[in-house]
Design a protein around this ligand. Structure first.
Ligand SMILES: CC(C)(COP(=O)(O)OP(=O)(O)OC[C@H]1O[C@@H](n2cnc3c(N)ncnc32)[C@H](O)[C@@H]1OP(=O)(O)O)[C@@H](O)C(=O)NCCC(=O)NCCS
Length: 185
């Protein structure tokens, strides 16, 4: 399996993925709406000329990786490909000096099970959307093994990023992790 970012000439192949899953369709319309195709091309897992998986994320100026959409095609699932995509992202994040990971996931769905498999825990819950919020420290993490080793303590340092905190307030986040509870006040 080869992991690399989409090249502009490969966009038609990524366009065709819209039919595959709710997630790939949602990803496609969001990337178009946010004009992200050139600035933040998705990471792809290639099996020869076939796209086996996709991971759409963005590094922000405030030192976050915003993790949006991860998807692996059904015949390829359960073989560690999503893990490989995350590993690639972490290597890139370390190079870019990214210190925190942020994501939102519907409670009880595939995505939540996948991330929890690494031992990471959500810091909060969004009652109106029934989504779990993940926001954790990944400073010093350069690959997936370190990510897993870091998971147990990753929530110990709540974010101090004012933009994120006011965004969470607007979303109505209820912090559930013990290290974050004081932020509910
Ligand atoms: C969620 C999804 C992306 C997982 O893809 P996958 O390639 O089958 O996942 P992997 O084989 O990499 O991971 C399977 C398991 O191995 C673990 N794993 C993967 N790589 C690992 C590694 N290098 N070391 C240790 N564990 C690893 C994962 O934590 C996961 O654990 P779990 O079985 O407890 O959940 C896939 O099921 C999918 O596309 N679902 C539909 C779309 C979707 O719901 N996306 C998520 C939206 S946020």
């Amino acid at each position: 399996m080869e992991y690399r970012y989409m090249q502009p000439g490969e966009k038609p192949l990524v366009d065709a993925l819209q039919k595959k899953h709710k997630i790939t369709a949602e990803f496609h319309s969001r990337w178009t709406l946010w004009r992200n195709w050139d600035s933040r091309p998705p990471l792809l897992a290639w099996d020869g000329n076939n796209i086996a998986g996709l991971y759409a994320y963005a590094f922000t100026k405030s030192g976050y990786v915003n993790s949006y959409y991860i998807w692996v095609d059904i015949p390829y699932q359960g073989k560690g490909i999503a893990g490989g995509l995350v590993n690639f992202m972490l290597q890139e994040a370390a190079k870019a000096g990214v210190m925190r990971y942020k994501s939102r996931m519907p409670t009880g769905k595939d995505g939540e099970a996948f991330w929890r498999g690494f031992g990471v825990r959500p810091c909060g819950w969004i009652p109106q959307l029934d989504e779990q919020l993940y926001d954790y420290y990944i400073g010093g993490v350069t690959n997936i093994q370190e990510f897993i080793a870091n998971a147990a303590t990753s929530n110990d340092l709540p974010t101090t990023d004012k933009r994120s905190l006011s965004h969470y307030k607007r979303l109505g986040v209820v912090f559930t992790d013990s290290h974050w509870l004081h932020l509910n006040a």
